[in-house]
Design a binder for this molecule. Structure first.
Ligand SMILES: C[S@@+](CC[C@H](N)C(=O)[O-])C[C@H]1O[C@@H](n2cnc3c(N)ncnc32)[C@H](O)[C@@H]1O
Length: 250
């Protein structure tokens, strides 16, 4: 066992000498981000590098960087989430970013939407073990049933789920008018925003903005593409004004 891993609390049903119990100690910033829920965040980190790796939800190489790349990278997006928001995390996978956000912000009402049964089972086990009031829903974001259940959300989050043009088609219908889609993206975010701006406008989204979260907390800071749903739902799916004008002239 590498020296830099330290044991943390045990997970029921797994032998105490299992490497699943070993996770990097949290960096100092984690105390500020998770506050008195740091113990729960450590437990979630142990799930990720333990059963998460064992059951194929997380790559084995993620273990040494689980705090920076996963827990903190996701939790700092809380900077963009209003108090008491109802948040739907689309394509949650191993609970990212939904679970770190629920840990960092107990005021939020969080739903994790994920289509794959194997991942949904793992998410339900972990949420129950952590005692979090987070709901896990099996389905695709674009499914009519999923939309019916969760429409009217204040915030939709997604990390590594789909290109922006497709993501807005799935995410905006889940939002209330003027609600925000927060898409965690990598270095390609500025190019994606330019490439997909027309597709975003077509489904009733605002001009996408690239925002950095967690400056001074995580290195590099998290890159988030923010798209607001139109405050006037009647404008959704309207064609751009210039197109209409051209048609009217012919
Ligand atoms: C690359 S994983 C990312 C998981 C997690 N968000 C993360 O950052 O680690 C993409 C996830 O999106 C889910 N997904 C794909 N299409 C989806 C859809 N239409 N609606 C909801 N989830 C979807 C997949 O099942 C998968 O768990």
């Amino acid at each position: 066992m590498p020296d830099r891993f330290e044991p943390i609390e045990l997970i029921p049903g797994v032998p105490a000498d299992s490497p699943m119990f070993h996770v990097e100690p949290p960096p100092p910033a984690a105390t500020d981000v998770f506050g008195d829920r740091l113990g729960l965040a450590r437990r979630y980190a142990a799930h990720l590098v333990g059963t998460g790796v064992e059951r194929g939800l997380v790559g084995p190489r993620e273990a040494p960087r689980v705090w920076e790349r996963h827990l903190l990278n996701c939790a700092v997006v809380a900077e963009l989430v209003p108090d008491g928001a109802r948040l739907v995390d689309v394509g949650s996978g191993a609970g990212l970013p939904g679970i770190p956000l629920a840990l960092a912000r107990p005021d939020l009402e969080v739903v994790l939407v994920e289509p794959l049964a194997r991942r949904v089972d793992w998410l339900r086990e972990v949420v129950e073990d952590l005692g979090l009031p987070v709901r896990v829903d099996r389905g695709r974001a674009e499914d009519a049933d999923v939309r019916r259940r969760w429409e009217g959300a204040d915030v939709v989050t997604a990390r590594a789920v789909a290109p922006l043009a497709r993501l807005v088609g799935w995410g905006l219908p889940l939002l209330r008018p003027a609600g925000s889609l927060l898409a965690l993206k990598g270095a390609s975010a500025p190019d994606e925003v330019v490439r997909d701006a027309t597709a975003v406008r077509r489904v009733g989204g605002s001009r996408p903005r690239v925002v950095r979260c967690g400056v001074g907390v995580v290195d590099p800071p998290s890159t988030v593409v923010v798209v607001e749903r139109s405050p006037d739902p009647r404008r959704t799916a309207r064609r751009p004004a210039r197109e209409r004008t051209r048609k009217e002239r012919t």
